[in-house]
Design a binder for this molecule. Structure first.
Ligand code: ZN
Length: 473
């Protein structure tokens, strides 16, 4: 009996499926489906809008001339920690070695084989296959990866700065908010050169707390000196030219992904004790990564608190790394966006003081958690870099997930480009495309008018960035 019923049900169901399929194919022969049409209309307007990259890094000449393998390794998150796949210093030695020495290192550590494996897998991502087609269009060459890399090298030979500026101009990139704490070895000269190269796009810098904190943590000084030097350096980056010769428009903190739940701390006596403990343990091996991260926890939270106070005085935001890659430095299980709730509240004397907080990288893959945090706390914003452009078409679905909870006034656009300028370009290009598609659904349903959708796009693409960072018009 039940078999017969389910057979009838499934017949009915397949009948419905056939009817729906016929309807769809009829509609497709008549015209494009309504959502696609609206998405295309929105995209026609949105692709010409300005865009601010609210979190990215400076590109240097290192990749002006590159090989397909180098390019793959430079854009793969799995390859980003490549040096950590070998004993300390080995990869660096292999890079600079030649002849017998290089061959010996390779035999001993299997370096080429591991790098080939990373490049092989990177090559098989849809990200790279799609990038190839997109760049081929921009560079006017055949859509083959090796051809595209040769063509971009050729363009770069005519001036890498010019090539970067062309890429940025193509997506109407207007402000690049550059986190200066990434990509070891970059100095004042590099940032000045980058800032010149990308014109007319304006570079504005964001100082990292760790850039100030880490050298101090290697010193053997009393707590009072440590604190005053840290505070003095934070003020100099925010008020003067203390960030590699530039003013900083906010700050970035990159420690939640190691500490897990973080809390503000005002207790200098506890911070002092934490510093003494930290100094005592320095140089002794930790039992595991968590124990190592927990060393000096109170002091680290105390410094975050000082920096947040300084940002609040100036109405500046704090970016906090909360999602995405950077293994092996991060402890993935510790980087949930909800770990930031006490920092978002910033309670003192029973009052939530709520500094401007920007959890960056969309909390990916915990996008909903980051979205819900910014839905609930009015001082919490939402930022999409690295997820954009890494997940390409996946952005359409993620934009839907973000827009269901986050006010459009809080969403910030970014790339997290850390090696090659093509990353900023793809973020602008794909970001606009999939944002248009996500907005089209709301326009089709009537929950947004076309004008509301377009104004929302302008906010997300550049207006929010300028308002939140108080950029001059
Ligand atoms: Zn970054």
């Amino acid at each position: 009996m039940s078999d017969r019923r389910s057979a009838i049900r499934s017949l009915g169901l397949s009948g419905a499926i056939i009817a729906a399929t016929q309807k769809r194919s009829l509609a497709q022969t008549d015209s494009t489906p309504q959502t696609d049409r609206i998405a295309n209309e929105l995209h026609e307007a949105i692709r010409g809008y300005q865009v601010d990259d609210t979190h990215c890094h400076a590109s240097t000449d290192r990749y002006a001339e590159t090989t397909p393998r180098e390019f793959l390794l430079a854009t793969s998150l799995a390859a980003m920690p490549q040096a950590a796949y070998f004993p300390v210093g080995v990869l660096q030695r292999w890079c600079t070695a030649t002849g017998d020495e290089k061959a010996k290192l390779d035999r001993q550590f299997g370096i080429e084989k591991k790098l080939d494996e990373m490049a092989f897998n990177a090559r098989e991502t849809i990200f790279i296959k799609y990038l190839t087609k997109e760049l081929a269009g921009f560079l006017k060459c055949a859509p083959k990866f090796e051809t595209v890399i040769a063509a971009r090298n050729e363009r770069a030979r005519g001036g890498y700065g010019r090539y970067m500026s062309d890429l940025f101009g193509d997506i109407h990139l207007t402000n690049a908010m550059v986190d200066t704490g990434c990509c070891d070895g970059l100095g004042s000269k590099d940032f000045a050169a980058y800032s010149e190269a990308i014109r007319p796009c304006t570079m504005r810098t964001i100082a990292r707390i760790e850039t100030i904190q880490n050298p101090l943590f290697r010193e053997d000084i009393p707590f009072e000196d440590l604190e005053s030097r840290f505070t003095g350096a934070v003020r100099k980056t925010l008020d003067g030219d203390g960030n590699f010769g530039f003013k900083s428009w906010g700050m970035k903190w990159h420690q939640m992904e190691r500490l897990g739940v973080v809390k503000p701390h005002y207790d200098s006596a506890a911070a002092k004790k934490s510093w003494e403990d930290y100094k005592r343990l320095r140089g002794t091996p930790a039992s595991d990564r968590e124990e190592e991260a927990d060393r000096g926890r109170r002091l680290k939270e105390y410094f975050l608190t000082i920096a947040l106070e300084e940002c609040m005085k100036r109405d500046m935001p704090m970016q906090i790394h909360s999602g995405d890659g950077e293994a092996p430095g991060v402890i993935l299980r510790r980087q949930h966006p909800y770990n930031l709730e006490e920092v978002a509240r910033f309670d003192r004397d029973g009052v939530m003081r709520m500094p401007k907080l920007i959890p960056i990288h969309a909390g990916y893959p915990l996008v909903s958690e980051a979205a819900w945090l910014s839905h609930l706390y009015t001082n919490c914003y939402f930022e999409i870099s690295l997820m954009n452009p890494t997940i390409h078409q996946g952005m359409e679905r993620r934009f839907g997930e973000i827009l269901e909870a986050v006010p459009m006034s809080k969403i910030l656009f970014g790339s997290d480009s850390w090696s090659v300028p093509e990353y900023n370009w793809l973020a602008g290009r794909w970001g606009k495309r999939y944002l248009s598609r996500a907005l089209a659904v709301y326009v089709k349903e009537g929950s947004l008018t076309r004008d509301e959708a377009l104004e929302g796009a302008r906010m997300m693409l550049y207006k929010n960035n300028r308002r939140i960072y108080n950029l001059p018009a």
